[in-house]
Design a protein around this ligand. Sequence first.
Ligand SMILES: *Cc1c(COP(=O)(O)O)cnc(C)c1O
Length: 387
Amino acid sequence: MNIKELDSKYIAGTYSRFDVTFTHGHGSTLYDENEKEYIDLGGGIAVTTFGISDDVWKNDVISQLEKLQHVSNLYYTQPQVKLAELLCQKTGMKKVFFSNSGAEANECAIKAARKYSNDKHGKGRSTIITLKNSFHGRTITTLSATGQDVFHKDFGPFTEGFIYAEPNNISDMERLISENSCCAIMIELIQGEGGVYVLDKEYVSQLANIATEKDLLLIVDEVQTGNGRTGELYCYMNYNITPDIVSTAKGLAGGLPMGATLLGEKLKDTLGPSSHGSTFGGNPVCAAGAISVLTRIDDPLLAGVREKSKYIFDELEGTPGIKSISGLGLMIGIETEKPAKDVVTACIKKGVVTLTAKDKVRLLPALNIPFEQLKKAIQILKEEISA
Ligand SMILES: *Cc1c(COP(=O)(O)O)cnc(C)c1O
């Protein structure tokens, strides 16, 4: 049996895959089993921050792997502590909890927010407001937090205490706050899975002010927007706000599973012994990958992200077949006249890997994609969009 047949025989059918089997790669180049070459504009959905098997990253991970791959969180390890220090120094947040995925990073954010409110204001103030069209993960609780009805079929009953506000509508947010007993507001600054919708600066700043006024914690889900993706280390840095909690994952460890929940001043003492935990969280190998990634997201790299972003926007602007372009940095959504899925399928045939997000074509390339490869891939993308 070939890979495709074995996959459908043995793997739970949760993914509708494109008809390609990738076997290896380097940087922003991927190869399939027939040695056909592809330029990667998908970055494994914002995961491979420095591309496939990047030399620096690979060596940093391998040298940790040769020393120690795991001890339990009953003991100290150097990479985990070093990574937490790095995250706090670069963001001004105070404490970090490590996990293994975006959903888990959000679970921790939700637990921390509820406990903070419980400790300070007593029981009952447990509702969390999220936004319609959001995506926060696939666990039962993060599905509850996800403000899209399509995700709320088949798997109930769900965790209680989530309500959904209209994005970019401050009066809807104010109404929900006044009608409910809330502890937190949880947002993606750019709704990634929802179709690359960018929240307005004015809305976010009003929302942050209301949150501070009412002691509602502001949770920013940076699972996709984090780690240099938008041209700043974290997307909230584009908005001039100070979140109480930041969750991140995807690109943090450059392709190894790692989630992190960053806790601000108000929450630095909220999570005490046995209040939360994770067997693999902060694993030394993943932590070494994340240290490697974070130390390389410096000002010149971020300037490069913004420059490549501008190039993509300028190139795509006015292309026949494009209705609109949205996003920030190297997180870009393209609304096409053709169905997005058809464009993505056609691009794969031509050796360019892209993604969809709802009805849009989505680009999330490695932050260090060479300009030459980017140019070549964008030309092919343009041809397929207007063909
Ligand atoms: C991908 C994503 C998640 C879920 O991350 P997993 O690692 O798949 O659990 C949560 N929030 C946002 C904004 C995401 O993009």
